[in-house]
Design a protein around this ligand. Sequence first.
Ligand code: SAH
Ligand code: SF4
Length: 381
Amino acid sequence: MTANLLDYDLEGLAAYCEKLGEKRFRAVQLFRWIHQKGEQDFDRMSDLAKSLREKLKGHARVQPLVPVSEQASADGTIKWLFDVGGGNAIETVYIPEDDRATLCISSQAGCAVGCRFCSTGHQGFSRNLTTGEIVAQLWYAEHFLRRKLGTTERVISNVVMMGMGEPLQNYSALVPALKTMLDDHGYGLSRRRVTVSTSGMVKLIDRLAHDCPVALAVSLHAPNDDLRDNLVPLNRKHPLDELLDACSRYLAFAPRDFITFEYCMLDGVNDQPEHARELVQLVQHHGGHGIPCKFNLIPFNPFPESGLLRSPQHRVQAFAKILSDAGIVTTVRKTRGDDIAAACGQLAGDVKDRTRVGERIARQRTIMLKPVHDRQGDGST
Ligand code: SAH
Ligand code: SF4
């Protein structure tokens, strides 16, 4: 089996080159060809010694992901579906904005965490992506967009690990992928512009702080353990207190001086004023000194099987106001690409569930969370 060079960060590629009997500095040239120029064909890597090119042809390949489909939203968002074999397909979303262009990347085919409100979670879990498959999403999107826009300049300025999967559950593949994104010889993204979003894998948050401290987003979704146990099953293992301790520790290493908390607004479930007040207490008093943080409220993006509804806009605004009045910077995430099911939590790809997580969540629908108010007469967005 030949090696897929997208599996290596620069360190890994240098070690690989040494194994081929080549000087480590050759790896820098090779890495730049692959990631900065998007080149796959060793013969076209003109400044590489011919002997190295020949060796590579025998031993290595740059294995891209091939899109099965591409959908463009009216708002400029593009979603690609990539076949990753075995009946699994994953999704990647490009979100252009005025001052940045963000790529939302998947880390797993499916997800085993099984959050109630997430389409990926409902699909169950098939397998972790390799480093090469994580990086290939950026490799493809960046070079495809450069060609499309007719530029040699970098197009993607930000990466968020917010596609399908729980990135920290695929830790060993994630870290070299992050390093490739950050490397000046790779994509040269700053640590502040690469965000790992996690549902709260406490021990791995600590490891990330040491191995590759990029920006951290934590999916909170509830102000207390009772509610969070129900929405994010991982909470039963790592309750809020532990999770917030880990956030506090991460701050000493983080590229920004705050943690972003994501909070998906579910009609009648976690969107009441008392939830907002409880959240303020939680984050401002945790550990005696509180946690410097920002809140990103995500209006729930519905999908048919969830049995949940999006909070009406006025309630999201009222919730945001309670947080901002308490001095917490709060934004409401704009929904992008929902006409092509590319918005947060709508990514489902195609997952051959091997865990029965999907089935379990489907069963849970029958023991639905009770809305805390009557939905009748409650204006909707
Ligand atoms: N597994 C990671 C990252 C992927 S999900 C995590 O959970 O953080 C990225 C974000 O989308 C998370 O904050 C997640 O809670 C949110 N999300 C999931 N389903 C959603 C939905 N249906 N509507 C809105 N946001 C959703
Ligand atoms: Fe997995 Fe994140 Fe979806 Fe939860 S929200 S099921 S952790 S992808």
